[in-house]
Design a protein around this ligand. Structure first.
Ligand SMILES: NC(=O)c1ccc[n+]([C@@H]2O[C@H](COP(=O)([O-])OP(=O)(O)OC[C@H]3O[C@@H](n4cnc5c(N)ncnc54)[C@H](OP(=O)(O)O)[C@@H]3O)[C@@H](O)[C@H]2O)c1
Length: 271
């Protein structure tokens, strides 16, 4: 029986890294959930060739009807089971790296960004988990991993004085809370729920910093270098290897259920 993975947001970035790394093992069965199946099928064929253990399925995580169709498609592929959900899809927000006082002056943009980030990073993930959890309960490994961010760690925000990207940070903190709530209910049924920050990953997140954002990004980078003197920018593949090493070691028996961990397996060291 293959080990099956549902990876959301597998079209690019870290999600594409999960697809690439995990599909190397022919015993793994990979389902990549994406917003544009045609484009992703083409990209995967060009970059990785014809992989019999990879299936790309249409699924915008903010579109419930599309997710219901994806459930039928995944059921057909895996016969109604899944070992892992990697809830990776996420959005960084549209208000950029600006501090909360400046965002306060852009009230409409701020409100829209709270809805946008919450809709994807929290509600979208909740819908993915709710719809696919019956498959995980029938699977062998029973691990649900949400890709979160250190930006959502309240202690880190306080310690480093992080004041930028409030909608993103708030949505990731809410995602962490959501994962802990799933753990509260499903731990007795043997499902390990974990939120993991992948660390700093080179997916172009800081490529288009505006003049307005620049001083705040510089301040953010300076505060992060206090947290970690040599913060490592990982490739998606490196980040995936680190995250998967944490995922493989983590278990309910070790007390990891509902935790929010870094790619280093730590609750305090994020880079
Ligand atoms: N990069 C970092 O340094 C870093 C650090 C901490 C946490 N993270 C987290 O890691 C995850 C991946 O980040 P990344 O850097 O790889 O970001 P990215 O390059 O922007 O990729 C985001 C992925 O999510 C997908 N996505 C967005 N909204 C979606 C939706 N509604 N339905 C389905 N898929 C959707 C995108 O699909 P499309 O191609 O269709 O847009 C894309 O595949 C995110 O949750 C992010 O918050 C990243």
């Amino acid at each position: 029986m293959p080990v099956s993975y549902l990876i959301t947001g597998a079209s690019r970035g870290i999600g594409a890294g999960f697809l690439k790394q995990l599909s190397r093992d022919p015993n793994n069965l990979i389902i990549g959930l994406v917003r544009d199946k045609v484009a992703t099928d083409k990209k995967v064929a060009q970059e990785l060739g014809d992989l019999p253990n990879v299936h790309i399925v249409q699924g915008d995580i903010t579109n419930y009807e599309e997710l219901e169709l994806a459930v039928k498609e995944v059921s057909r592929i895996t016969e109604g089971t899944l070992d892992y959900i990697i809830a990776n899809a996420g959005v960084a927000g549209r208000t950029g790296n600006l501090p909360i006082n400046i965002l306060a002056e852009k009230r409409e943009d701020l409100e829209k960004d709270f809805f946008y980030t919450f809709n994807t990073n929290v509600i979208g993930n909740a819908n993915v988990i709710n719809l696919f959890l019956p498959f995980v309960l029938k699977g062998k490994t029973k691990k649900v991993i949400a890709i979160s961010s250190a930006h959502g760690d309240l202690d880190l925000i306080r310690d480093l004085g992080i004041e930028v990207s409030a909608p993103y940070a708030v949505s990731k903190a809410a995602l962490n809370c959501l994962i802990t709530m799933y753990d509260a209910h499903y731990r007795p049924e043997g499902v390990l729920f974990l939120a993991i920050c992948p660390g700093f990953v080179d997916t172009g997140v800081l490529d288009n910093v505006s003049e307005e954002e620049k001083p705040y990004v510089e301040k953010l980078v300076a505060s992060f270098s206090k947290h970690s003197p040599n913060p490592k920018k990982q490739s998606p593949e490196e980040a995936v290897n680190n995250v998967m090493s944490v995922v493989q070691k983590a278990s309910i028996d070790n007390g990891d259920g509902g935790m929010f961990l870094s790619h280093l397996g730590s609750r305090t060291q994020w880079l």
